[in-house]
Ligand binder design. Structure first.
Ligand SMILES: Nc1ncnc2c1ncn2[C@@H]1O[C@H](COP(=O)(O)OP(=O)(O)O)[C@@H](O)[C@H]1O
Ligand SMILES: [Mg+2]
Length: 142
C-alpha cells in the first residue's frame, strides 16, 4: 500500500510521524529515503516521541547509530550516509535484535538486507516551497 501526505513545517512532519508510531510493533524496520534536509531526522524525532520515549533524538551522521529507549523497547536509529561499502554494515548488526524498532536514514546500501515487512518512507522537497515536504509511505499489506 502506498499513501502520501504533504507537510508544511517541521512540526507537522514530526506529528505525522508521531501518529504513525501507534502502528509500529516490534520487530519493525523503517527505511527513510530522501536528500539531505528533506526531513528524515525530523520524522524520527516525532516517531520516537510517538513510541513513548522522551529521549533526545539527534542525527547519527557521525556516530552511525543512536539508541533510544521507550516503553515498547529499544529504538535504534541509523544514518548510513557515510557508509561506502555494504560490508561495513556487518559491524552495525542492524538486524541483530528482533525486538528492536530499527529506523534507517540513507538505507540504499542495505536494500538487500531490509526485511520483508519494511516500511519505506520517501521525503521530497517541493521546488520553490521552502517548508513543504512530500512524504510517501509504502508498506506491504498484511
Ligand atoms: N515540512 C518540513 N518537514 C521537515 N523539515 C522541514 C520542513 N520544512 C522545513 N524543514 C527543515 O528542513 C530540515 C530537515 O532537516 P532533517 O530532518 O535533519 O533532514 P534530513 O535528516 O533528511 O537530512 C530542518 O532544517 C527543518 O527545519
Ligand atoms: Mg538526517
Amino acid at each position: 500500500m502506498i499513501t502520501s501526505v504533504t507537510t508544511h513545517s517541521p512540526a507537522e512532519t514530526a506529528s505525522f510521524a508521531e501518529s504513525m508510531a501507534t502502528a509500529l510493533e516490534p520487530p519493525a524496520t523503517v527505511a527513510l529515503y530522501g536528500d539531505l534536509g528533506s526531513g528524515k531526522t525530523c520524522f524520527v524525532k516525532g516517531l520516537v516521541r510517538g513510541l513513548g520515549s522522551e529521549d533526545l533524538v539527534t542525527s547519527p551522521t557521525f556516530t552511525l547509530v543512536h539508541h533510544y529507549s521507550g516503553p515498547a523497547g529499544r529504538i535504534r536509529h541509523f544514518d548510513l550516509y557515510r557508509i561506502r561499502l555494504a560490508s561495513e554494515l556487518d559491524d552495525l548488526e542492524i538486524g541483530a535484535v528482533p525486538d528492536d524498532i530499527v529506523v534507517v536514514e540513507w538505507p540504499e546500501l542495505m536494500e538487500q538486507r531490509l526485511p520483508d515487512n519494511v516500511i519505506r518512507i520517501r521525503f521530497e522537497l517541493i521546488a520553490e516551497k521552502m517548508d513543504e515536504r512530500k512524504i510517501t509511505v509504502e508498506f506491504k499489506d498484511a
